[in-house]
Ligand binder design. Sequence first.
Ligand code: HEC
Ligand code: HEC
Length: 408
Amino acid sequence: MKASNFINGKVICIHLMVLIISVGCNNDLEDALLSRSDATHFTNEEMAILNQNLNLSQILDNYANQDLPEHYSGPEANESDNTPDNNPITDIGATLGRVLFYDPALSVNNRVSCASCHDQDEAFSDNRLTSRGVNGQRTRRHSMSLINAGFYENAAFFWDERALTLEEQVLMPIEDPTEMGLDLDDLSPKLQQLDYYPVLFNKAFGSPDVSNDKIAKALAQFVRSMQAGNSKFDRGLSQVWPVENEEEMPNFPNFTAEENMGIDIFYRGRNGATCLYCHGTPQHVNDIAKNNGLDLVYDDNGKGEITGLAEDMATFKVPSLRNIAHSAPYMHDGRFESLREVVDHYSDNVQNHPNLNFRLKTSDDPSEDAEVLRLNFNETEKQALVAFLNTLTDDTFANDPKFSDPFR
Ligand code: HEC
Ligand code: HEC
């Protein structure tokens, strides 16, 4: 058994009653560092310091055990959960993550925070085609919604899946010259100077010392805690759960006839094609980048630019559809302004790109000259599908204060 204590940044490892003071064990312990699951509230002394800049409740908000429907916690959800053993969500870790997420001090000129491009009102995406970073430059791609980020089974992030874990991803925008432009070597020393961080890091990790590893862990906890489970869809699914085979998704008692027609199209499909195959888990995510036929020739080759593999060219991550009505515009380049335009695309305009996913083709046999599988929705079906997509909005989540800006 190994117990550890942090005193003034030095680590004292107590190993089998032998007291060893060693700097060498510092890194190992940092890797194994867990945020505290026993912290329940801030003391009056801590509040006095935090209150100068932040509006946090004294009793910690609940991130670790949120009230979510069963389809968020069953075997399928657990299988796709990408939370690593060394960074489970704790209330204090996610609270620290929330402060970091909204803090413009994480950018080189104190102008841009994560929330500048990931807005709670917009499903933690951005309603602009591309986002503006520290010096007003535009990002290359449209911002992504962060809801249900914890449920991508392969845990890869960005449209091109270039970040292999969320813990790795969350530091990348900070040093990206277009986004926040802050050298990662300057990050921890900069935050250490702000009065509220030593208090928060001490509470979360048992030492006032700020480190990039702890910053990454706390940010990842906050992002992973963004789970939206109280939409009309969730309430309906809860009533029919468990669903053995989603291709036979039953109608929902709480849905209108139009919304139930949307279920029919989304899950049971038309002409053999369904949305289910690519957006079908209870969290509406998919864990493999795909091509959905936006163009015959792409300027941006997505995952293919990272791997260099022919089969990955023009494939993109499939984002969660939760709160999708709030996160327009759509696709990696924000080309569609409305859900109706998205539905028109799948119905009428899918292009036969060489990597078009077989789910949208007449055959999955490469030796055959497969055509695009035309869904050809009629007007009523198009409206029904949009009505269905609108049921995925969880307004409780969208307005939940624990995901809002904590700065005064
Ligand atoms: C200047 C705008 C901007 C800022 C600031 C920004 N992001 Fe992003 N974020 C984006 C864009 C654009 C993408 C998609 C980029 C791509 O795929 O190449 C993205 C993608 C992501 C993703 C990937 C989501 C997924 O499902 O793959 C995560 C997670 C994320 N950002 C978290 C953060 C965090 C945490 C911060 C703050 C440390 C942050 N972002 C700051 C614009 C921004
Ligand atoms: C073959 C897999 C596949 C199928 C089938 C599919 N999609 Fe998609 N979907 C994707 C991919 C991949 C993206 C992201 C593409 C991009 O940005 O280049 C996407 C993006 C979307 C988006 C935009 C998400 C965002 O955050 O911008 C919506 C909405 C959407 N799909 C709805 C649907 C609907 C409705 C159906 C059924 C008619 C459907 N999809 C069928 C793969 C698929």
